[in-house]
Ligand binder design. Structure first.
Ligand code: NAI
Length: 501
């Protein structure tokens, strides 16, 4: 069942709101960046007039982000960006709001629950793009806050569909046009057009900009911008240093073992863990496994990252050479077909397979299901045992697949902890402010065009500063002559743009 008020909210149960509110209250204590932004900007309400459509994992941490946007004056509608990542108590608490009750919800319209079907997922994404009839008539959002780019993509596809009557191939996760999910998206687009033949034009024209959370979504934005098809300015939040060098790395270092433990409770120490990809997420994943006492093997396509992994003390190998050796296989590449059905068929008995990159195509789940005689047993939600029948060469054996190949730290656990998300989400709030305030300027004075931008370094440093006190960090100050000597202002920014951290 659901608790639902059409156009207003759809969550698992509003009765969970009180439990969610307690968690949000504790999370606020761990999110000093967001709370400082509330204190700084709350009084002037710089987001008054903003209608933010948010598509980002509906967790406790995201609840603090949503309520920060509201504290700055925004109206907000929210959906999750993954079918398994919602924390139902957080969704309920946001729908009820700090002042409301389960009987009289007064919070933000939220459309999210743990365990959505793909149909439900795209319905929810559509819901955040339509503000119901108000004093000024029905409206779309003027801002998007995205994680992985699905809300942004729906608007772009909708417009193309409206103009040309077709959904171009290869648009969904860069995958060919035949997927079931693409048909789901088509039916959502069609339904919206039946209701209003100029719906997508209206929505697209109303949007001032998007702020994008993750590597995969940023990748899609740069592709749109390069093709000259990006409909509005975008800020790449992921590549703020205080996002990707913290959330992607230290967040994963926490939430990867959390997901594995909650899903399987299998001891990691002494085992062999295979990590595909040694970018920011892969570095956090490999470190987490090593911290638990596993022997870690990394794979990479990029010689620089491969060399980094080797210098950090990890074996670097190809999956086919070690596939029978590892107890855990984790993909962190943001690429597709990294673990194939043939790889899975060659793994040892009870190997654990999971993905922590954004989309589920890193692991070939469709190919696995098509293998001869393979069967699937649900151990519990988001944990499945896939059994391969005995052959002449091998006895029957099975592997454990987490979250059906979708990001396991959010599917099997609750994602990254609050403190690291405070860094990411402070960047999100600042990016929303940047784009929204800029759009209010006369056109000739606007800083942002239909391109992808990063936040200036001084704001990146500001986000870091907001988190120092909570950790007892006492920063050293440059003397004016020292600052002069190394050629930076006393108050920063301290590094040139090309510095890599
Ligand atoms: P990144 O670009 O820093 O790292 C990805 C690495 O994978 C690169 O070094 C690349 O060379 C490597 N790679 C690509 N294809 C490969 C292949 N076939 N085999 C082995 N290595 C390969 O990206 P980042 O920031 O580490 O993000 C990775 C993914 O994780 C993205 O999809 C991102 O959206 C997602 N992400 C997930 C989070 C979560 O909470 N689950 C948090 C942050 C990011």
């Amino acid at each position: 069942g659901f608790d639902e008020l059409p156009g207003r909210y759809k969550v698992r149960s509003l009765a969970l709101a009180e439990a969610g509110r307690h968690q949000i209250r504790l999370a606020e204590h761990e999110m000093p960046g967001l709370m400082a932004l509330r204190a700084e900007y709350g009084p002037t309400q710089p987001l008054a007039g903003a209608r933010v459509a948010g598509s980002l994992h509906m967790t406790v941490q995201t609840a603090v982000l949503i309520e920060t946007l509201v504290a700055l004056g925004a109206q907000v509608r929210w959906a999750s960006c993954n079918i398994f990542s919602t924390q139902d108590e957080a969704a309920a608490a946001v729908a009820v709001g700090p002042e409301g009750t389960a009987e009289n919800p007064q919070g933000v319209p939220v459309f999210a629950w743990k365990g959505e079907s793909l149909e439900e997922y795209w319905d929810c994404t559509e819901q955040i793009l339509f503000w119901p009839e108000g004093p000024e008539g029905a409206q779309g959002p003027n801002m998007i806050l995205d994680d992985g780019g699905d809300a942004t993509m729906l608007v772009h596809l909708g417009l193309q569909y409206e103009r040309a009557g077709v959904v171009p191939p290869d648009t969904l996760h860069g995958e060919p046009d035949h997927t079931h999910e693409m048909n789901v998206v088509r039916s959502v687009l069609r339904r919206a057009l039946e209701a209003d033949p100029l719906r997508w034009t209206g929505i697209a024209q109303g949007i001032f900009g998007v702020t994008e959370e993750t590597t995969t979504g940023v990748h899609r934005l740069y592709q749109l911008a390069e093709a000259g098809e990006l409909l509005f300015p975008a800020i790449n939040v992921n590549d703020s240093v205080t996002k990707s060098k913290f959330d992607n790395k230290y967040g994963i270092r926490h939430s990867l073992p959390d997901g594995i433990n909650r899903a399987t409770d299998i001891l990691i120490g002494g085992k062999v863990a295979f990590v595909a990809g040694y970018g920011d997420v892969g570095k956090g994943a490999a470190e987490a496994f090593r911290g638990q006492g596993a022997r870690v093997i990394v794979s990479e396509v990029d010689p620089i990252c491969a060399l980094q992994a080797a210098m950090d003390g990890f074996q670097v190998a190809r999956i086919e050479d070690v596939v029978g050796e590892a107890d855990f296989f984790i993909t962190t590449t943001g690429n597709k077909d990294v673990i194939t059905a043939a790889h899975m068929a060659a793994m040892k008995d009870k190997a654990v397979v999971g993905n922590i990159g954004h989309f589920d195509n890193e692991i070939d789940m469709a190919g696995l299901a098509e293998l001869d005689g393979v069967t699937r047993t649900e151990i519990k939600p988001q944990v499945h045992e896939w059994t391969f029948p005995a052959t002449a060469e091998r006895a029957e054996r099975s592997i454990i697949v987490l979250s059906e190949g979708r990001l396991l730290n959010l599917g099997n656990a609750t994602g990254h902890p609050s403190f690291v998300m405070s860094n990411s989400f402070s960047n999100q709030v600042i990016a929303q402010l940047e784009l929204f305030v800029d759009a209010a300027r006369p056109e000739a004075e606007r800083a942002y065009e239909r391109q992808v931008y990063r936040l200036p370094k001084v704001l990146d440093e500001k986000v870091a500063r907001l988190h120092l006190d909570a950790l007892g960090v006492r920063l050293t100050e440059l003397s004016p002559s020292q600052a002069d000597y190394i050629g930076v202002p006393v108050e920063g920014p301290f590094k040139p743009e090309h510095y890599r951290y």
